[in-house]
Design a protein around this ligand. Structure first.
Ligand SMILES: [Zn+2]
Length: 293
């Protein structure tokens, strides 16, 4: 009885809200389509922003927006490119457009009008306008979303908004993923167990020289033993916790894993290592001791 007036007020409020939203989206129908398309790529992002996830996002962008090509750049490399110009903008290769470089350097969304402003290194490139939005995670630029047209007309607002929104989404997602992979909790658990049973625990941190196309923790997961615990620190760092493993053995395993990771990711890997009881029994202290210089 008491809740009835609240329910009525609630439903009326919702209806007014829905009408207001419907009115706004009438002019932005492509935004809604894009949102649904991006939501569809979320299962692929479970392993981080790898090539498969980037390809799915790029094809969603091509489908939903009035553009001729779309790309996602991670670090300095194109990880996905579809549409016109794919003959010379190849995944796995460094980006080739001035537009992309400007967005990465300035941390701002850049709109280019005219082929000179797009600035492709290949003169025959047909791209004549575009937008590049930087992907930021933890205050750092880790890549860019680039949308292109082979037509010298001003870009539609939905294209500019689309680039910026997808870049923001990817940045937030990558940051969230890095934080949810926090190594402190599992390390605390292992340390408590080690103290109880008087056994050693080793912690290794692996850092990639540049932002890889695939986050380092998924590569490490593929190489670690089943009993090892792997956690992400950020895009470039991953932590390996080895229970019942003393420092000398952990050193050997870390050196071997670092070689394998270097091959898997195609980049130099630096490592640091710390262990209980050799260094400290404090999880945060062990992690900071293990951070590569
Ligand atoms: Zn080009």
């Amino acid at each position: 009885m008491v809740s009835q007036p609240h329910l009525l007020a609630g439903s009326r409020g919702t209806r007014v809200g829905a009408l207001a939203v419907a009115h706004r989206t009438a002019a932005r129908s492509t935004d809604a389509g894009l949102l649904v398309a991006i939501a569809g790529t979320l299962p692929l992002l479970r392993n981080g922003l790898d090539r498969a996830a980037a390809e799915a996002l790029v094809s969603a962008l091509l489908r939903e927006l009035a553009i001729d090509a779309a790309a996602i750049v991670a670090g300095e490399s194109v990880i996905a490119y579809q549409g016109a110009g794919s003959d010379h903008h190849e995944p796995g290769r460094p980006y080739r457009m001035l537009l992309t470089g400007r967005a990465l350097a300035s941390k701002r969304t850049i709109v280019a009008r005219g082929s000179r402003a797009v600035g492709c290194a290949v003169p025959s490139c047909t791209m004549t306008s575009g937008v590049a939005a930087p992907i930021e995670s933890g205050g750092k630029v880790i890549g860019a979303v680039v949308l292109l047209r082979a037509e010298r007309r001003p870009l539609a607002g939905s294209v500019r908004r689309g680039a910026a929104a997808v870049a923001r989404f990817l940045g937030e997602y990558v940051q969230h993923r890095a934080m949810s992979g926090d190594a402190t909790e599992p390390l605390r658990r292992e340390l408590a167990r080690a103290q109880r049973y008087d056994t050693p625990v080793s912690v290794s941190v692996f850092r990639a020289a540049d932002v890889p196309t695939r986050p380092i923790d998924s590569a490490l997961r593929g190489r670690a033993r089943a009993a090892d615990i792997v956690a992400a620190l950020d895009e470039r760092c991953a932590v390996l916790i080895q229970s019942d493993t003393a420092l000398p053995h952990a050193r050997v395993a870390t050196a071997r894993l670092s070689l394998w990771l270097g091959e898997d990711l195609g980049t130099a890997i630096t490592t640091g290592i710390a262990a209980y009881p050799d260094h400290t029994s404090d999880a945060a202290g062990l992690l900071s001791e293990a951070m590569p210089a």
